[in-house]
Design a protein around this ligand. Structure first.
Ligand code: KIV
Length: 284
């Protein structure tokens, strides 16, 4: 177990300057958050990927503000000493700057998160500016942005040709200019990510975008819990689906064969058996 002080924006800037990598994952519940903190994660993202990874939706689109708040609260209880990012769900910031500020504020007031993350570059610059003006730290998210994957033609890597890479770089510059403290780049070629990480003063983190200032993985991918699909950029460190299914199968077999529970799994009476038999007879 790694016990360390909760990191802040100052630590993340220092780590970039010193070339130290930030390692982080998503967490949606108390146990994952507590394991992440015990392992020494630098930060935890309560991503709207919770829609697919824990609620069983086909995409992140149906996830609500209330879903995000309740999962952020669980994660905060599990990881009281870790920097936590609340992810703004679809339609919680798209309509107006004012709506975006109000919803961003809910993450800090109701769930004690340290910052929020939202998707988009040039087109959400005014949202980022308004939220940071309200004193709330913002992490940007560019490249493949799952909430608008319909407009991108699906969950496709971005910035693979020069014109699209230029657009990704313009998004990165707009996010920094708008006041974000860091930026997450998703599914972009490493050449483009490396350029962005060199160009920006704020830390640049990657999910499927190659080396830069730190790496994010979806915990359900890393642990082998999410079964529907596995993106190319995922490294699986465990196969929890297999481990859990095997354990459940063994339990079913034990129950059916009378091997569970044994004497080890029961609470014995604390008065003589005859007294109990007398009492049982009262019901005859
Ligand atoms: O919701 C999430 O987990 C995310 C990642 C895909 C970056 O935003």
């Amino acid at each position: 177990m790694v016990l360390s002080k909760k990191k802040s924006i100052i630590d993340f800037y220092r780590m970039k300057q010193e070339g130290k990598q930030v390692a982080w994952i998503t967490a949606y519940d108390y146990p994952t958050a507590s394991f992440g903190e015990a392992a020494g994660m630098d930060m935890l993202l309560v991503g709207d990927s919770l829609g697919m990874c824990t609620l069983g939706y086909k995409s992140t689109v149906p996830v609500t503000m209330d879903d995000c708040i309740s999962h952020c609260q669980a994660v905060r209880r599990g990881a009281p000493n870790t920097w936590i990012i609340g992810d703004m769900p679809f339609m919680s910031y798209q309509s107006s700057d004012q709506g975006a500020v109000e919803n961003a504020g809910r993450f800090l007031k109701e769930a004690d998160t340290d910052c929020i993350k939202l998707e988009g570059g040039v087109r959400v610059a005014s949202r980022i500016r308004s939220i940071t003006n309200a004193g709330i730290p913002v992490m940007g998210h560019i490249g493949l942005t799952p909430q608008s994957s319909g407009q991108l033609g699906g969950h496709k890597a971005q910035g693979r040709d020069v014109a699209n890479a230029r657009a990704v770089i313009k998004d990165a510059l707009a996010v920094e200019e708008a006041g974000a403290f860091s930026i997450l780049v998703e599914a972009v070629p490493p050449e483009v990510t490396a350029f962005i990480a060199r160009k920006l003063k704020i830390p640049v983190y990657s999910i499927g975008a190659g080396p830069c200032d730190g790496q994010l993985l979806i915990s359900a991918d890393l642990l082998g819990q999410f079964q529907s699909f596995t993106p190319k950029f995922v490294k699986k460190y465990a196969n929890m689906a297999e481990i859990a299914t095997k354990a459940f199968e063994e339990y079913i077999k034990d129950v059916r064969e009378g091997k569970f529970p044994t004497d080890d799994h029961v609470y014995h009476i604390v008065e003589p058996e005859q007294e109990f038999e007398k009492m049982f007879r009262e019901f005859n």
